[in-house]
Unconditional design. Structure first.
Length: 317
């Protein structure tokens, strides 16, 4: 059994830049790359395995044909999607549906997500929630363009973590890099896009009625219960344990011994350099590396000086 290393999939965005090259060293196809889909089986950007007996196959193919790698799960599609985002400019103000609405209207999962702030320029902020008390007030404020009254803006800094359940109005602001752990969905309803035009001079599509339909009213800010377990100079920080995913930060300062706590584990190196040791075999893990520890690997060790965001499937029945 070997870890499954993923080839990055880059997505060009109107708000993207080139920090995925300058910070992570990726060879980018353009200067407007907003997202690295680091671990994905979504049809809009599917990861290809870079090593081992499954080299050249896609994660979607493995999920379909080799369920032994994932502990024989019941979901029709690989449930998680890991991204690194570079917001050179503000993202649109948006909201995502839950599973029921997503399946009924878009034919795919809803989108609950969470963000680890890899870096943020001074003064950077996100949109995180809203001030409307009723759905009628939400609709009125959107129609009137009362964005300063409606939107809740929050300053952010490197190392912050935010949980963004479906139904949360949100936007990543300019000057922010994040690692996003989310459900495998590409459904986004735009509420507001600063009247920006695309390369053809067209305003980008908005989804006002869908946004009003799916937004949680009044807004709810989920409480985080973050915990840390030290292991020598290293540590495991637990950010979230939800129905959709569990999310951790592995702070490796020398070495960190880890055990499987779920059928499979996803990881992305966001800082530094490490080595992943599985059954005596060592794999280099430079910054930007993403892999899956498949079912059947009960324990592993990470050596070096690095920070890793890791996740597991949640316990949703």
């Amino acid at each position: 059994m070997e870890p499954l290393f993923m080839k990055p999939v880059f997505q060009e965005k109107i708000w993207g830049g080139n920090k995925l090259h300058t910070v992570f060293g990726f060879d980018l196809p353009s200067e407007k790359i907003g997202e690295d889909w680091a671990i994905s089986a979504h049809p809009h950007g599917v990861s290809v395995i870079e090593n081992g007996p499954f080299k050249g196959q896609t994660l979607a193919e493995l999920w379909h044909d080799h369920q032994e790698l994932f502990g024989h799960q019941k979901e029709a599609v690989f449930p998680l999607l890991i991204k690194i985002l570079d917001a050179e400019d503000d993202l649109s103000v948006q909201v995502h549906p839950d599973d029921a609405y997503g399946q009924a209207h878009e034919g795919e999962l809803g989108k609950t997500e969470c963000w680890y702030i890899i870096d943020a320029e001074p003064g950077a902020e996100i949109v995180y929630g809203h001030h409307a008390k009723t759905r009628e007030e939400l609709a009125e404020m959107i129609e009137a363009g009362r964005w300063d009254d409606l939107l809740t803006r929050v300053p952010v800094k490197k190392g912050d973590f935010y949980y963004v359940p479906s139904g949360t109005i949100h936007a990543i602001g300019k000057g922010i890099m994040i690692l996003e752990t989310q459900q495998s969905s590409d459904t986004t309803y735009r509420v507001y896009d600063y009247d920006r035009k695309d390369d053809q001079g067209n305003l980008r599509e908005l989804h006002i009625q869908q946004s009003i339909d799916v937004t949680t009213v009044p807004a709810r800010t989920p409480e985080l219960s973050v915990s840390e377990v030290k292991q020598g100079a290293s540590a495991v920080v637990t950010y979230l344990q939800t129905d959709f995913f569990n999310v951790y930060e592995w702070q490796v300062r020398g070495a960190l011994e880890l055990k499987a706590g779920a059928p499979y584990t996803l990881m992305t190196v966001i800082n530094g350099f490490g080595k992943l040791v599985v059954a005596g075999k060592s794999y280099d893990m430079p910054k930007g590396t993403s892999c899956i520890i498949p079912n059947g690997i009960a324990s592993w060790r990470i050596e070096g000086d690095c920070d890793i965001i890791a996740s597991e499937p949640g316990t949703k029945e």
